[in-house]
Design a protein around this ligand. Structure first.
Ligand code: AMP
Length: 279
């Protein structure tokens, strides 16, 4: 596996890959790998001739009060895991490499990026889009692999890729979960053992909401059910529990099965999860 620290070196490798007509499969990450990340690397390995991963904790997607400084980092372990998954090129730039002095450009998608996570974390998706756009320009992949775990991020990036004519296909991989349903997340590392036990309530709430919907419940019933399940667990502070149209993230249309989304704070971790109701 090659390790690239500079955008120029990464770009040169990718230019050669295009010249050799290799299909480039790319997984953008913030590192601290868990099985969720590894599942994306495996999907990329199965689809591409050349697999690239980026490991970059993007400061632009953290608000000032958020956990940028304490965000989990495990660069050496990540590189070992990437190598073991058969990754060809890892791109692990410094912040200085990615942020030209005086950088001001962000990419604003609009309404889709302003609701739910966008409302809870103003500017978050502008920062995500700015850096993913930058990575797409450096890596020039044919396919990128994203996790359903961050469903709104997927929708926002689809919009950006379409609107700005990026020549990349987006493939979405299912959420990898612990046996009790908790979605794997780098931020789970913040949970102590009691908080960890409580955190599975997010998935239980999603399942209860899906059951309510499938039994003929309305959007309001479904959201109420999710809230009720969370409020029965002490120490879990609900941010939102919503049933939305999976594309627009607005109220679900008649007949369509909704995407259920939940966000809650458990100890110092802010956790998100989602579940697509079967149609
Ligand atoms: P992150 O390092 O948190 O930015 O995540 C990198 C990629 O991994 C994103 O596309 C995430 O959606 C995806 N991801 C994170 N957690 C999971 C999970 N539990 N299952 C599947 N994909 C995930």
């Amino acid at each position: 596996m090659e390790l690239k620290r500079s955008a120029a070196d990464m770009r040169a490798t990718m230019v050669r890959a295009h010249r050799d007509e290799l299909t480039i499969a790319f997984v953008p990450t913030m590192g601290a790998f868990h099985e969720g990340h590894l599942s994306l690397l495996r999907a990329a390995r199965a689809a591409g001739d050349l697999v690239a991963v980026s490991i970059y904790v993007n400061p632009l997607q953290f608000e000032a009060r958020e956990d940028l400084a304490s965000y989990p980092r495990a660069p050496e372990r990540d590189l070992e895991l990437a190598r073991a998954e058969g990754v060809d090129v890892a791109f692990a730039p410094s912040v200085d490499e990615m942020q030209p002095p005086g950088r001001t450009t962000v990419v604003t998608v609009g309404r889709l990026a302003e609701v739910l996570e966008g409302a809870a974390r103003p500017g978050h998706f502008d920062g995500v889009c700015a850096v993913v756009a930058q990575l797409l320009n450096i890596v020039t992949p044919h396919i990128i692999f994203l996790g359903q775990k961050d469903a709104q991020q997927v929708a926002v990036l689809r919009r950006m890729v379409t609107d700005l004519s990026f020549a990349t296909e987006i493939r979405v991989c299912p959420t990898v979960r612990e046996p009790d349903g908790l979605a794997l997340s780098s931020r789970n590392a913040y949970l102590d053992s009691e908080e960890r036990a409580r955190a599975s309530v997010l998935f239980r709430a999603l399942e209860a909401g899906a059951k309510r919907w499938t039994a003929g419940g309305s959007v309001a019933d479904t959201e109420h059910e999710m809230r009720a399940v969370v409020s029965a667990t002490a120490g879990v502070l609900l941010d939102y529990a919503r049933a939305v149209d999976p594309e627009s993230f607005e109220a679900p249309g008649k007949g369509g099965a909704p995407l259920l989304l939940i966000a809650a704070r458990v100890g110092r971790a802010r956790l998100i999860d989602n579940l697509q109701v079967e149609g």
